[in-house]
Design a protein around this ligand. Structure first.
Ligand code: G3P
Length: 218
C-alpha cells in the first residue's frame, strides 16, 4: 500500500520523506491556498522535492481550460499527475491527456458509478472522499469497497486513492480492503505511529534499566 501525503506544506513533506513513509503527494486548490504561495511554482517545488507522483489540480472548469492547465501542470515535471474533477468535461480531459501520456487523478468522487466512468476514461487514480461522505452521515469506506469490487471485476488499471482521510481507522479499513493508495494529512500520519502501550512499555523498560544505576556501556 502506498501512502501519499495530502499537503503542500514543505516542512510536513520533508518530515514525511525523512520518516520514509511518503510515496507521493496530493494537493488541491484549498491545500495550496493555505500556503499563501503562487499556484504553479508550489506544485513545481513539491514535484522537485518528492521522488513519487505529485497531484496538481486544474482550476478551470471547461474542457479547453482544463486541458490547457493540465498540460501546463504536466510540463512542470515528469512526476506531476494532473488532478481533474469528475464530470463530462473533466473525464474528456482525462481521455485526451491519457492519449498524450499524461497520468490523471480524478477527484471529488462520491459514488461508485462515478468511479466506473473515471476508469473507463482512463484515469490513473480515482479519489473517493471518504471523510466528506462520513460528514453527511454516510459510510465513506463502503464506497471504497464498492469501487474495488467493480474495478477488480473488470480488471481496470485505475488505482483507488482513498482521500479525505480523517483518522487511522480510515487507513486500517483501506488497507484491509486492499486499496492501492491512501492520501493522508500529516496529523493522521503522526497518529499512525502512536499506541499508549508503546509509550507505557518504553517508559517501563527505561525505568527498569535506570533503576540499576548502570549506563548503556556497562
Ligand atoms: O485532497 C483531497 C482530499 O483528501 C480532501 O480532504 O479533508 O478536505 O475532505 P478533506
Amino acid at each position: 500500500m502506498r501512502f501519499f501525503l495530502d499537503t503542500a506544506d514543505l516542512d510536513e513533506i520533508a518530515t514525511g520523506l525523512e520518516w520514509g513513509m511518503v510515496d507521493g503527494i496530493t494537493t488541491n486548490p484549498s491545500i495550496i491556498a493555505k500556503q499563501g504561495k503562487p499556484y504553479l511554482p508550489t506544485v513545481r517545488e513539491i514535484a522537485e522535492l518528492v521522488p513519487g507522483p505529485v497531484s496538481g489540480e486544474v482550476l478551470a472548469t471547461d474542457y479547453e481550460g482544463m486541458l490547457d492547465q493540465g498540460r501546463r501542470l504536466a510540463d512542470l515535471a515528469d512526476n506531476v499527475v494532473v488532478k481533474v474533477p469528475l464530470g463530462p468535461a473533466g473525464l474528456r480531459v482525462v481521455r485526451t491527456l491519457r492519449g498524450e501520456g499524461t497520468l490523471c487523478n480524478v477527484t471529488l468522487c462520491f459514488s461508485a458509478p462515478q468511479a466506473l466512468l473515471a476508469a473507463k476514461a482512463g484515469a490513473a487514480y480515482i479519489s473517493p472522499f471518504v471523510g466528506r461522505i462520513d460528514d453527511i452521515g454516510g459510510v465513506g469506506m463502503q464506497l471504497i469497497e464498492e469501487i474495488l469490487t467493480i474495478y477488480r471485476q473488470y480488471d481496470f488499471a485505475t488505482e483507488v486513492l482513498v482521500a479525505s482521510v480523517r483518522h487511522p481507522e480510515h487507513l486500517l479499513q483501506a488497507a484491509l480492503m486492499g486499496a492501492e493508495v491512501a492520501t493522508i494529512p500529516f496529523g493522521v500520519l503522526e497518529k499512525l505511529y502512536k499506541h499508549p502501550l508503546t509509550d507505557l512499555g518504553l517508559e517501563r523498560f527505561l525505568a527498569d534499566w535506570n533503576s540499576t544505576g548502570r549506563s548503556f556501556e556497562d
